[in-house]
Design a protein around this ligand. Sequence first.
Ligand code: ZN
Length: 116
Amino acid sequence: MKKVLKNVSFVILVLKMCFIFGQETSAQKRIVIDVGHGGKDAGAIGVNGIQEKDVVMDIANAILKLNNDLVKPLDIYLTRYSDSLISLSDRTKLTKVLKADLFLSLHCVNLQLKVD
Ligand SMILES: [Zn+2]
């Protein structure tokens, strides 16, 4: 779990760096995090039957939790908040409607994690 939090902290850092090196720094930027797969689409399945859709949901929730602890939280939306399948076109529509400045799609291809 510590390793996952380090990785999530790294994602938050990368998101902040995107804006630091972007053109504008004053306006609040909106980030849409596409939580890959969901519902009947499990994505990759690793050892012990761990499913990609669950791993990326946990990572997205950890990002939201860390973001909420920031003094100036980023404006983050997820494409899904539960185990549901959202079509690619609906994910795109949501991102356009929200006028996202940054779109980040979460996927995990190497699920060799051992869960105790
Ligand atoms: Zn994937």
